[in-house]
Design a protein around this ligand. Structure first.
Ligand SMILES: [Zn+2]
Length: 181
């Protein structure tokens, strides 16, 4: 497989980079499955498979072995939760976010060079704390307009499309996820 990454110097021997995808990355179509290796978690897929076009792309990629779907171990999930609690990010992270971070941590411990593709600030923040690289979603290539709906990660109140930043029931900072179509 040809990997051509500009910032890797030619004298380094080629090392595989594994891209870990969150829901925002899959919905935005940040996935040239023919050129790169990807991984994600079952919880991410459960958030995006309602979209037919995403579902088709994902199924083909899994069949071709370009997208690995796996659950991180409980140990790595607990480790991410511990780090998140210490940085104050715990409350901002959904269960799916934690899975994504734990999978990245697990692969990284296995010696794999990992990059998380995500537009979620809390994921980016915590990944940085764990020494894991992230890239945001590059918008010119965007395949689909995303509508973001707000929800409370603690009491699970749903706010739909809203400018609110804080849950009116429990005062916690709201998270946003792509709306189901
Ligand atoms: Zn709430």
């Amino acid at each position: 497989m040809q990997e051509d990454l500009g910032n890797v110097s030619a004298k380094d021997h080629k090392k595989l980079i594994l891209y870990i995808l969150d829901s925002t990355a899959l919905i935005a179509g940040q996935t040239d499955f023919s050129r790169k290796e990807f991984a994600t978690t079952p919880s991410v897929l459960s958030e995006v498979m309602h979209d037919e076009s995403v579902k088709n792309v994902v199924e083909v990629a899994v069949d071709c072995g370009q997208l690995e779907v796996s659950n991180p171990s409980e140990d790595n999930i607990r480790e991410v939760e511990r780090i998140a609690a210490s940085t104050g990010d715990r409350i901002k992270l959904s269960r799916t976010d934690i899975d994504v971070l734990a999978l990245a941590l697990e692969k990284s411990k296995a010696g794999i060079d990992v990059v998380i593709i995500s537009d979620d600030y809390s994921i980016q923040n915590l990944a940085r704390r764990m020494g894991i690289k992230t890239v945001g979603i590059i918008h010119p290539g965007i395949r689909k307009q995303i509508t973001w709906v707000a929800y409370c990660p603690v009491c699970r109140s749903e706010y739909g499309v809203s400018n609110l930043n804080v849950c009116t029931r429990c005062g916690v900072e709201l998270k946003r996820r792509p709306a189901k179509l």
